[in-house]
Design a protein around this ligand. Sequence first.
Ligand code: ATP
Ligand code: MG
Length: 249
Amino acid sequence: MINITNLYKVFNPGRPNVVNAVNGVNLEIKTGEFLVIVGANGSGKTTMLDMVAGSVLPTTGSISIDDEDVTRLADYRRSKWIARVFQNPSSGTASDLSILDNFRLAAIRTKPKGLSIGVNDTFKNQVKEKISTLGLGLENKITQQMGTLSGGQRQALTLLMSVMDSCKVLLLDEPAAALDPRSADIVMRTADELIKDYRLTAILVTHSLKDAYNYGSRIIMMGEGQIQKDLEGESKQALKQNDLFAWFS
Ligand SMILES: Nc1ncnc2c1ncn2[C@@H]1O[C@H](COP(=O)(O)OP(=O)(O)OP(=O)(O)O)[C@@H](O)[C@H]1O
Ligand SMILES: [Mg+2]
């Protein structure tokens, strides 16, 4: 469970270019919940995710994950729970390394320093088996360099890698925005399946109202750093795509 209490982020306080990016957010996200965040450009969505991930520290307020207060905890110290996928497909993986080596790195990401995982046949087969679930045929290309794959292929693999470990929280910031419609579908479906299979608590930020409609168990709309709408369960299911369009008009 993620608990966000009275959260504020002010950039450039006391200066002419001051921005109240997140302006008093209270939010309780239950374990296994798949929260979708929509909202106009500059409404504070990414700043919210940054504060959950720890790459931006709040001005005031608090954040806890599974009852542990992480408000002031550096991002690398939360990375054992939190995986993050960004809009840019090249930001999640090492381009010069093979698919297999990227998976090896992902597997040791949160292990104690000095521990290494040999690329033996057991590990190779595990990776192949996982990759085959994507249905992209990439299991036969595990020695290929990551940088030679398409954006969609890379995002799908990044998602798989992000749940290799003990991750509990998956943060997705427009993971399909740079992809063609078919690749975007594959990436979103993969994310949805992984969230259900691993019972992850997930937050998706998206400008795609189609994805906001199709995915998630709860949806919030942000505006000017605040939560303006919040629907879950049956209310979310009953929401039509046109209702969502109306939120933005
Ligand atoms: N490091 C920063 N320094 C100053 N202002 C910032 C910084 N990061 C974000 N902001 C400002 O905070 C506000 C919220 O930005 P944020 O990136 O969270 O919006 P967003 O909802 O993710 O927008 P988008 O849909 O365009 O990605 C914006 O006005 C932005 O310019
Ligand atoms: Mg953003």
